[in-house]
Design a protein around this ligand. Structure first.
Ligand code: IPT
Length: 997
């Protein structure tokens, strides 16, 4: 039984004590909470977070880049999963080194000044193979995600290890980890599973606690349904959170926002379910996954675009959210078979930061406006969300306004405005009647003027908003940031181009326009306030009211502004606190501003550029004299308002990439199994008469489920030997590899058919066989593309255990057909769970001959191989292996996205390609299913200044064989970057593998 929570005051705030007395003292000191928000080190904080999975960017030296791009949004937190399947490929052997080590991820987060929510599962979902469960869990005779002892025991080693590593990085030890999530969406069940089972959830919590986790436990119910809420007894978490994906995952019609999909009852549910904890949305949609054959991630980015952010995230604000994590902020790549079958290699997710770490999507810029607003508006956290209304505040029922009313003492109120039909594209004029310290006001106050909400938009209008002693009575323009510089107070506001906006400053006396035209700026004095009205234009205006300078920007102009924190000492910003926020400077630049710091009289800015960029620094510290950009002193002038003005020239370097078609390609038949002389005597015999996968009784005399033999990833190959009888009319076989899989069957050296080009997860093939000679041995060779293991989202569904391999077959028996039953052997990756490549992990390589030998790695012994290229390809069904190498010489100091791009003239005949780059599988291309044709590969996997080895497997599935019509290495816009220290990851080269067959 959990103890009842106790409330007391700390630093003037009421906080709810951690109910676990043993941990209470430790947790309270650092991470506490009340009904409004979390506190870190006693300071109330809005946690604005993005989801980023280290394992989807297997270059640790690039993690800082992503963290800095998140920090630059004004965010202060990242949530991450750990994928168990990658770190415990063999039961009992936890291995988290090299690219799988978490410590560098923690260090990078700390360097960028980002807190972390740790979500190691053991179940994570996350569109990864098995939802994070290693394949060997298919053999565990227990219902997954329940109190079944065999399941719990299977998780112990992983959690003991991973949680111990995480615990060392907790804030209590000076690290970035502030929260821990046990399980993942423990919300839905079926099929008679014991659910909800508090003792199961408690076990998962206790596992972490035993390993040293002291920070609060936060949940992520899949929907706000109140599972495991605090004080609900055994299995209760400390802070209740839920997830929400209101626009779903079909990106095919990116302009369609279906009726009724905007959440409206979250506040109400929160008050019912967990009124004493901060309102937390642990996953809120920020993109979407996309299946094989899907519309592609550009469409997802369009569906979940900047307008979606404005309408939906502000709607979350209207519920008083104070922990908001966006899933995904950076998606990354399902390299090396880590994905589930419902997705392809790219996991771009249509996120704000693209798979190649680019930040040019408008949704990134928009998010920066929202993130910075949240960062400088702590009074929002204690304002009380009220009911949404179509009549009280706006003068038209076409708009819905939700108030967050300040809690006395003149504290700020917030009014969230949106279209009542949230998907409306209308341009709606309105006036707003709002309670202020000067009584109820109808704004705009200047006669004849109106506000406008243009289409899919939402705005937060502030009232009695304090800017260092100045009371902004109201502003219809939105707040980006505000500062108190030595040179004076600054408030930066923005609005849509062409919109009319108005603000009033309480007891303002003097007003002047100190930059820009005065023509359409209206002023009016009322009893207590000065009113300023203006039409937003793309040219900035600065208006001074007493000692406050108000920057009036258009939304698009605001996209160029950044607010880096200025550390008191050193070069790193540190974690966000109100003091750090206050110390920030404002920089107008372009593509990206990462950090700022002062060294002596040098003000340093680190920034990236993709174009010639005018620079301004607003609020340069008094003792700063020089401006240094990326370590280089640049000339600057100071304008009449004290703003530093400079410019960075940009001239993109020449990028020379090899033409892949012109390279020297070596070829190897990687299906030697179909040769008459092939010897499979060292293969694993598929001779188990029973399966350990108890959910799936056998339909075959021996188990042909790959997991019974330790093969969980990549291509599977089966060999079925028999002695022929008289006549073999047909062979029936059912194979299963997961969504969009494929499989091909050969009898001896002759191809008899392929299946699975329709996107299904299993297929039946019935093949007419040639006439065989009585009494002679024959062999079937069956190749199956394992697309990853299914997830296990619904407790009790056991979908993770859906087997891979041959489910059924029939070779009609009896004297007139075959003389002996088929005896099967199989292989997947060499070694199975005793996988060979400890550096690239347990999932990276599959079971093809070239993979088993390790030829996909650098420096394969290819000198005597035939010269032939994938552009020539194969003329009959089969599988070819192609290897080549080339040098790159990308200038350092430039972040140049590189992509391998396939061009195919037609989707038939069908073929499948695996792309290996320096031994890492970075692409699965299926020409007849798609949609992905272009495969980004990050620096670090590619050696940007050095030699690279590329290998392709080409599986021709139909008559006529297959060849690549086009295959190119291409680059995207080079970005001049401040990022340094990108190191190639370990790339073990080919060495003779003992026992490889
Ligand atoms: C939610 C999962 O928690 C997360 O792991 C991921 O799979 C995400 O969805 C979708 O990308 S489940 C959600 C559909 C309620």
């Amino acid at each position: 039984m959990a103890c009842a929570a106790i409330s007391h005051t700390f630093n003037g705030f009421t906080i709810t004590e951690h109910p676990d007395p043993v941990r209470r003292a430790e947790t309270q000191k650092y991470v506490t909470w009340d009904e409004h928000s979390l506190f870190i080190d006693g300071e109330r904080i809005m946690l604005f977070s993005g989801e980023f999975h280290p394992y989807r960017l297997p270059v640790p030296s690039l993690w800082l880049d992503v963290f800095q791009k998140i920090k630059a949004l004004g965010f202060n937190c990242v949530s991450f999963y750990v994928d168990w399947a990658l770190v415990e490929g063999k039961p009992g052997e936890y291995r988290a080194e090299g690219i799988f080590a978490l410590e560098p991820f923690f260090e990078a987060a700390a360097q960028a000044g980002i807190y972390l929510l740790a979500r190691p599962g053991p179940y994570i979902n996350a569109e990864v193979s098995g939802g994070g469960f290693p394949g060997w869990l298919q053999r565990v005779n227990a219902t997954l995600r329940t109190s079944d002892p065999a399941y719990l025991a299977a998780t112990d080693n992983y959690i003991a290890n991973v949680a111990a590593t995480i615990s060392k990085a907790q804030i209590t030890n000076g690290g970035p980890v502030i929260l821990y999530q046990p399980e993942n969406e423990y919300t839905n069940a079926c099929c008679g599973a014991d659910f909800p089972d508090g003792s199961y959830m408690q076990y998962v919590i206790d596992q972490a606690r035993k390993a040293g986790i002291v920070v609060p436990m936060i949940s992520n119910d899949a929907s706000p349904s109140g599972h495991n809420v605090p004080e609900s007894g055994i299995g209760a978490v400390d802070v209740y959170g839920h997830d929400s994906y209101p626009l779903g995952f079909d990106c095919a019609n990116p302009t369609v926002w279906p009726a009724g999909n905007l959440p409206t009852n979250f506040r109400e549910l929160h008050l019912q379910q967990s009124p004493s904890t901060p309102y937390s949305i642990v996953e809120f949609q920020a993109g979407a996954f996309d299946p094989w054959g899907g519309p592609g991630f550009d469409k997802c980015a369009a569906l979940l675009n900047h307008e979606f952010e404005r309408v939906f995230y502000k709607n979350d604000f209207s519920f008083g959210v104070s922990f908001l994590n966006l899933y995904m902020i950076f998606g990354g790549t399902n390299w090396g078979n880590l994905g589930h079958p419902g997705g392809y290699t790219s996991y771009d997710y249509g996120s704000a930061i693209t798979e190649s770490r680019n930040v040019t999507r408008e949704k990134y810029s928009e998010l920066k406006l929202i993130g910075n607003f949240a960062k400088v508006s702590p009074s929002y956290l204690t304002a009380t969300p009220g009911n949404a209304s179509t009549s009280i505040y706006a003068d038209t029922p076409n708009l819905t306004v939700t108030p967050l009313i300040g809690n006395g003492n003149g504290s700020a109120s917030y009014f969230v405005v949106r279209h009542s039909d949230y998907a409306s594209q209308a341009s709606t004029n309105y006036k707003l009647t709002i309670p202020t310290s000067a009584g109820n006001l109808t704004v705009p106050q200047i006669e004849e003027k109106q506000l406008t909400l243009n289409g899919r938009d939402s705005k937060i209008h502030v009232v009695d908003y304090k800017v260092f002693g100045t009371n902004i009575l109201y502003s219809t323009a939105e707040v980006f940031t505000w500062k108190n510089f030595a040179g004076g107070k600054v408030l930066v506001l923005y609005g849509g181009n062409g919109e009319y906006h108005e603000l009033a400053v309480s007891s303002g006396s003097d007003i002047s326009v100190i930059e820009g035209s005065t023509s359409d700026i209206a002023q009016q004095s009322t009893g207590d306030a000065i009113i300023i009205g203006w039409d937003v234009s793309s040219t900035r205006r600065i208006v001074q009211v007493d000692d406050l300078r108000i920057f009036l920007l258009s939304k698009n102009a605001a996209y160029d502004y950044w607010v880096p924190e200025l550390p008191a000492a050193g070069t790193l910003p540190g974690f966000s606190t109100q003091e750090k926020t206050a110390s920030s400077i404002i920089v107008k630049a372009g593509y990206l501003v990462r950090t700022a710091y002062l060294q002596g009289s040098n003000l340093h800015i680190t920034a990236d550029f993709n174009a010639t960029t005018p620079i301004e620094v607003i609020g340069a510290p008094e003792n700063a004299k020089n401006l240094c950009i990326n370590g280089q002193k640049v000339r600057h002038s100071v304008d009449h308002n004290g703003i530093w003005v400079s410019n960075v020239d940009f001239s993109p370097p020449e990028i020379n990439l090899p033409r892949l078609q012109d390279l020297d390609w070596k070829y190897l038949d990687t299906l030697p199994e179909i040769q008459p002389t092939y010897d499979d005597s060292t293969w694993t015999a598929a001779d188990r008469k029973t399966t350990n996968n108890t959910d799936h009784p056998l339909s075959t005399p021996t188990s042909l489920y790959s997991s019974d033999y330790g093969f969980h990833t990549g291509y599977l190959i089966y060999r079925g030997h028999f002695i022929a009888g008289d006549q073999l009319p047909v062979f029936y076989i059912q194979t299963q590899g997961g969504t969009a899989f494929g499989s091909s069957v050969w009898l001896d050296d002759g191809w008899i058919g392929s299946m699975g080009d329709d996107g299904s997860s299993n297929s039946n093939g019935t093949y007419r066989l040639p006439t065989l000679t009585d009494g002679k041995p024959h062999v079937f060779t069956v190749v199956i593309d394992n697309m990853g293991l299914d997830e296990d989202w619904t407790v009790g569904s056991e979908t993770m255990k859906n087997p891979r391999g041959i489910l059924n077959y029939e070779l009609p028996e009896g004297k007139s057909y075959n003389a002996t039953p088929i005896s099967w052997k199989l292989t997947g990756n060499l070694g199975g769970e005793d996988y060979i490549d400890k550096v690239r992990g347990p999932l990276n390589e599959g079971g093809l001959y070239a993979e088993r030998q390790g030829f996909h790695q650098p420096e394969p012994p290819s000198s005597n191989w035939q010269s032939s290229s994938p552009f020539q390809g194969l003329s009959t069904p089969g599988i070819g292996f192609y290897s080549t190498s080339f040098d790159l010489d990308i200038p350092s100091g430039w972040d140049v996205p590189l992509y391998f791009t396939f061009m195919n003239a037609s989707s038939s005949p069908a073929y499948r390609v695996q792309l290996y780059v320096n031994g890492y599988q970075f692409g699965k291309y299926v020409n007849n299913i798609g949609p992905q044709t272009s495969f980004p590969v990050p620096e670090g996997i590619l050696n940007y200044r050095g030699k690279n080895w590329v290998a392709l497997t080409l599986w021709a599935m139909q008559d006529g064989g297959a060849k690549l019509d086009g295959f190119e290495l291409v680059y995207g816009t080079p970005v001049k970057t401040a990022l340094t220290g990108i190191e190639p990851v370990e790339q073990p080269k080919y060495v003779l593998r003992e026992g490889a067959y």
